[in-house]
Write a protein that binds this ligand. Structure first.
Ligand code: ASP
Ligand code: MG
Length: 416
């Protein structure tokens, strides 16, 4: 069996959904298809979560925006017959949720609402496929993808998930399942999510526990590129990559695939294809187990919106393991991810994705122990397989805040 994953851009309007149906139709094998929320609906739902949590009446305006976006798509897909019953039921459930008062746990409420992007999109695609004669079963992945209670960044319970996934996706009477990326649930059936852009990870989890022959991620780019074509000229597509290379690239900020995708596939040697939904006949990029060295061009990755935070112990003591432990745990609790860490005698430098919440306030909790300095609006440039020539060219006329070189990777933090 195979796993396909389609992201938001591939289902952003009725035409895109029809194109996805064409791609699914080409495949005769047993298959699980993982789909994200349509277009930018997750971003819209984030504003809904905020309005709901703040008990603002704006929530109804946003709810209507969310509904109308899908209504336009279903009108085009189902010959102006409006929304299928199954989709209406999802909206009714969301509406009921919005009528109730929120709890005091923002992360919990976030997951209970954000999941509707995926629930609605998969329901629409599944209904549309059945409507056009591509028989399939819609499956609620929350019945089998089990996690802990770390809302918004949940950790998979692999043992339970493996057992339940194989029960639900059993292929007894079905060749094709349509299910959600990004979401899961706790053992007491509370919805959780795997972190933004987590649908790729869902595809890899399902691929792993179902022992898929391959996983394919369908994108709006021809495959993995040597740099982001919007930011640099002369990018080339890379035909083949090792899991290791791919994990380094994506962890550094290459947005083509979620970094957590690689481990479950690597562990079972399942190849990952990154292909264009605009050109399904093109080979794309394959990420797989390669035992020989492949020559790669310099690969450029820019991670924007970075913040440099420098912590120095107030009593002038050296940075110790206890300091690192305290700071790392503090960041974990506040769901802040470290991109890069560097220490000197009395400075601990942290490069972070700028947290969406008021992070100066968050960090002020560390101020009893440390003097804290900030630099904002930075970009972390990573160059894999760098050459001296490329480095010279890159650093020209740039203010470098922090630099780190290893055998294969050069990193520099510069002003945005
Ligand atoms: N819809 C979710 C997001 O936009 C998950 C995903 O697209 O992978 O973050
Ligand atoms: Mg998305």
């Amino acid at each position: 069996m195979k796993v396909y994953k389609f992201g938001g851009a591939s289902v952003k309007d009725a035409g895109a959904v029809k194109n996805v149906a064409q791609i699914i139709k080409r495949e005769q094998d047993t298959m699980v298809v993982v789909i994200s929320a349509m277009g930018k609906m997750t971003n819209l739902l984030e504003t809904l979560v905020r309005a709901y949590f703040e008990k603002s009446v704006k929530k109804w305006e946003i709810f209507n925006q969310f509904r109308n976006y899908h209504l336009e798509i279903t009108n085009q897909l189902f010959d102006n017959n409006g929304m299928p019953e199954s989709v209406l039921a999802q909206f009714a459930e969301l509406e009921m949720k919005l009528k109730r008062n929120p709890s005091f746990d923002y992360n919990y409420e976030y997951d209970q609402i954000i999941c509707f992007g995926e629930l609605v999109s998969t329901q629409i695609v599944s209904d549309y496929l059945n409507f056009t004669g591509i028989s399939n079963q819609w499956a609620d992945v929350r019945n089998c993808l089990r996690t802990d209670e770390m809302y918004r960044d949940a950790n998979v319970d692999w043992g339970l998930t493996e057992q339940l996934v194989n029960e639900i996706f059993n292929f007894d009477n079905q060749r094709l399942y349509i299910t959600q990326g990004f979401i899961g649930s706790t053992i007491i059936n509370q919805t959780t999510t795997l972190g933004r852009e987590g649908s790729d990870f869902t595809a890899a989890i399902l691929g792993n526990v179902l022992n898929a022959e391959s996983v394919s991620i369908w994108k709006d780019v021809p495959g993995v590129l040597s740099a982001d074509p919007k930011k640099m000229d002369g990018t080339v597509k890379i035909d083949s990559l090792s899991y290791r290379e791919a994990v380094e690239m994506t962890h550094s900020g290459a947005q083509v695939i979620h970094p957590k995708t690689m481990k479950p596939l690597h562990n079972k040697k399942i190849p990952l294809y990154v292909k264009s939904f605009m050109a399904p006949d093109e080979p794309g990029t394959v990420i797989h187990a390669i035992d020989h060295k492949i020559e790669l061009p310099p690969i450029f990755i820019m991670k924007e919106n970075q913040v440099l935070i420098t912590l120095s112990p107030k009593d002038f003591s050296f940075i110790s393991i206890e300091d690192i432990d305290r700071v790392v745990n503090f960041l974990l609790e506040n769901r802040v991810k470290i991109t890069l860490m560097q220490q000197s005698a009395i400075d601990l430098n942290l490069v972070l994705d700028a947290p969406e919440a008021d992070w100066e306030e968050i960090f002020s909790k560390l101020s009893p122990y440390y003097t804290i300095r900030y630099n904002t609006d930075l970009v972390l440039i990573t160059i894999r397989h760098y050459t001296e020539e490329v480095l010279d060219w890159m650093v020209k006329e740039k203010d470098i805040y922090l630099e780190q070189h290893s055998r294969l990777t050069a990193r520099m933090l510069v002003k945005q």
